[in-house]
Design a binder for this molecule. Structure first.
Ligand code: GLU
Length: 310
């Protein structure tokens, strides 16, 4: 039975990757998803996206959970670790293959880079192996067969969206050459299994959503509702999590970072001088998704954000 069977109408989640400490950019996604879930009387789950062991920083998963806890986030149900869910991803891949929707691909990154056009999400796979592996070549990865046609959805913050996945991304990887299942497949399988019906996450994943909708459709899964919060950028326009200003949130004093994230999300300020418990009471009582700006309308000053963690 799916883990999500019989759940209340709203179930959200936060799905960090253990590639470092919880930084301000991730805190914004955690805070928005949590406040939205709790304001709707919903559940909020945490899933550790630790599939790619090569990118994992030892100890980061526990550090993220400790910081979330110190911030006052309380999650429902057991933590899910993607590294323990390989069989479920393999089964989903098998279902797609049985429907003729996948094919093995022999191409290396270098070969693709040589032939492919660049899209906004990287090189658009030119379809070299779509009709079968070239003679003498061995399968490295497995791809989804995509077909022309718009995938459309209504984002609660970003508004109407559409993407032709075949044109914008091409046939994308479901299982990588190193045998690891791709994020796009794992996220769809797990969101469905955990009964997640509301996704609130960073706008860096907006362009991934059509691929996820396509996979849900191909696997016969329900589509959740999406809300993508604006990314934190520094003055140079770099995503905060990628810049030098990606200061970790200080678990010993998380309130300044929470207040800064709350303001970033366009929400009404809490009473001056409130403590952590007061902040959360205010946050859950007053959260308003309609106030979240679609794009980053102000920049976080790297110096100010560096001081968040101190
Ligand atoms: N694990 C992803 C990240 O840390 C988030 C995935 C998602 O929310 O769908 O960026």
């Amino acid at each position: 039975m799916a883990a999500g069977a019989g759940h209340p109408p709203y179930r959200g989640r936060f799905a960090p990757s253990p590639t470092g400490a919880l930084h301000f950019g991730s805190l914004i996604a955690a805070l928005a998803s949590y406040a939205d879930a709790r304001a709707h009387g919903g559940e909020w789950l945490v899933r550790m996206e630790d599939l790619d062991r090569t990118r994992e920083i030892p100890g980061a998963a526990d550090a993220i959970l400790r910081t979330l806890n110190a911030c006052g986030f309380r999650w429902d149900g057991p933590l899910v670790y993607q590294s323990r869910r390989t069989q479920a991803y393999a089964a989903a891949l098998e279902r797609l293959s049985e429907r003729g929707l996948t094919y093995p691909c022999a191409c290396s990154r270098t070969e693709i880079a040589r032939l492919a056009r660049d899209g906004s999400e990287g090189p658009i796979y030119p379809g070299t192996c779509r009709g079968g592996l070239p003679p003498g070549r061995l399968a490295r990865s497995i791809r989804l067969r995509t077909y022309p046609g718009d995938i459309r959805f209504q984002d609660r913050i970003q508004g109407a969206q559409r993407q032709d996945v075949a044109a914008a991304v091409g046939d994308f990887v479901l299982r990588r050459a190193d045998g690891i299942h791709a994020y796009q497949l794992a996220v769809v399988v797990d969101d469905a299994w955990q009964g997640i019906d509301q996704l609130v996450r960073g706008a860096d994943l907006l362009a991934s959503t059509p691929r996820q909708l396509l996979l849900q459709q191909s696997l016969g899964l329900r589509h959740p509702t999406y809300a993508h919060v604006p990314l934190a950028v520094d003055r140079a326009g770099r995503k905060l999590s990628k810049s030098l200003a990606a200061a970790p949130v200080d678990p010993a004093d998380p309130l300044p970072a929470l207040l800064c994230a709350w303001a970033w999300l366009g929400q009404r300020p809490p009473p001056a001088g409130c403590a952590l418990s007061g902040f959360w009471r205010h946050a859950i009582r007053t959260w308003c998704c309609a106030r979240v700006p679609a794009i980053a309308c102000a920049c976080i000053d790297p110096e100010a954000s560096a001081s968040i963690g101190t």
